[in-house]
Unconditional design. Structure first.
Length: 401
């Protein structure tokens, strides 16, 4: 493929790309030339080749222009980034989900199909809900390729595909004025979205992210193993995923808490869908205020799954203090012998720091805490071994005395 631009790296700054890390940082760039050999500045989303200072081809991808200047889609010389390129990538991703038993599964048809760098496609997220795909671009390059992506998805999923919904308005810069819309729709209505026999009404049009937090699937399955006959508190519940899993597994009662009335409406819809209303109560409340004013002190299981407290390194300290306060509060309320499921999806808070933060909370409240499980994202959210930054979800299951 003849690329319109060539990004030339400084001597000694090519090692990470040689090791197949998919990001090129702006500080590593020596110069950029157009196809006529003149120095130039690509537009955001343009396709560029990346070479070392001796003109050795290293990879190609989308130009972004920020701190992460290039997101690499390939380390091989390719003919073009058209439908065939994406179809090849998608077939490989499909094969992984097939190996995981997710593609033809009557008890679970909710899964992540493309996980950005983990599937070799930085800037692209695609989630699957009962034959409907929700596509989310996190780069202008992927936004510009959305129709090509839709064509490749049709090729891979064939007659099993109900619809493709493009949802990138909130993930791309405001100046691009992107509107969410259907790229493809052949079957009217929604399919029955199911996860380990729990039913969910997924609202990908109005809901957060792509409509559901797919990354907690295996952790919801785990909580079902602990929930029979238990009193459960699910904080930051969103659409009630953990609540439904606990109720279907035979929890004695489940309280669902979220500060968003819209989230509680979604939870109540899913509770009704699964016909478990008699053992459930929902609360529109800030979690800390709920603990202070409304929580009973007889919870056998508490779930803490807050939104990211830190999205940037500069606020990491404040985030750690927030996690410590939240976990200390829950540890004070839980029954002796109770189980705490606690999570962080803040990428800048790594697994060791999160572990130490929960330990600090346990020391603060003076309770004995035993670690039962270390949790992370499921296998349909793969992490490239060359891109450890892709491991973002971390969690602990602890018993409290």
């Amino acid at each position: 493929m003849s690329f319109p631009y060539k990004v030339i790296l400084k001597s000694g700054k090519d090692a990470s790309v040689e090791r197949r890390h998919p990001w090129v940082f702006s500080g590593a760039i020596k110069k950029i030339k157009d196809e006529n050999g003149r120095e130039a500045e690509p537009s955001e989303g343009d396709v560029v080749a990346v070479t070392n200072n001796k003109d050795k081809f290293l990879g190609a991808g989308h130009y972004a222009g920020g701190s992460i200047a290039v997101r690499l889609l390939t380390f091989e010389e390719v003919n073009d980034f058209g439908v065939d390129f994406f179809t090849t990538k998608f077939k490989r991703a499909y094969q992984l989900r097939e190996t995981l038993g997710l593609t033809k599964n009557d008890s679970t048809n909710i899964f992540r199909f493309i996980h950005a760098e983990g599937d070799g496609l930085p800037g692209l997220i695609i989630d699957h809900y009962a034959g409907s795909l929700v596509v989310q671009a996190h780069s202008i390059g992927m936004h510009m390729a959305k129709d090509i992506i839709a064509g490749a998805l049709k090729e891979v999923f064939g007659d099993d595909l109900r619809s493709i919904y493009y949802k990138s308005k909130e993930t791309l810069p405001k100046e691009y004025e992107v509107e969410d819309h259907y790229l493809y729709q052949t079957k009217t209505g929604k399919g029955k979205a199911v996860e380990y026999d729990c039913l969910y009404d997924i609202d990908w049009v109005k809901g957060q992210k792509t409509g559901f937090f797919v990354d907690q699937r295996e952790n919801r399955k785990l909580i079902a193993d602990y929930s029979k006959g238990k009193n459960v508190l699910n904080t930051f519940c969103y659409s009630g995923g953990f609540s439904i899993a606990a109720l279907k597994a035979g929890a004695n009662l489940v309280h669902s808490v979220d500060s968003s009335a819209k989230a509680i409406d979604l939870t109540d819809i899913n509770v009704k869908l699964n016909e478990v209303e008699e053992r459930h109560e929902s609360f529109v409340s800030d979690t800390f205020k709920f603990f202070e004013h409304q929580a009973s002190e007889n919870y056998d299981i508490i779930i803490l799954d807050p939104p990211a407290f830190a999205k940037h390194v500069r606020v990491k300290h404040n985030a750690v203090q927030g996690y410590k306060r939240l976990n200390a509060t829950a540890l004070r309320f839980i029954q002796p012998g109770g189980i705490l499921f606690t999570f962080s999806c803040s990428q800048v808070v790594d697994q060791k720091l999160f572990y130490n933060t929960v330990m600090a909370a346990a020391i603060q409240v003076g309770r004995e805490v035993k670690v039962l499980h270390h949790l992370t994202q499921p296998a349909d959210h793969p992490v490239s071994i060359f891109h450890p930054e892709g491991e973002y979800l971390k969690g602990l299951v602890v018993q409290v005395w």
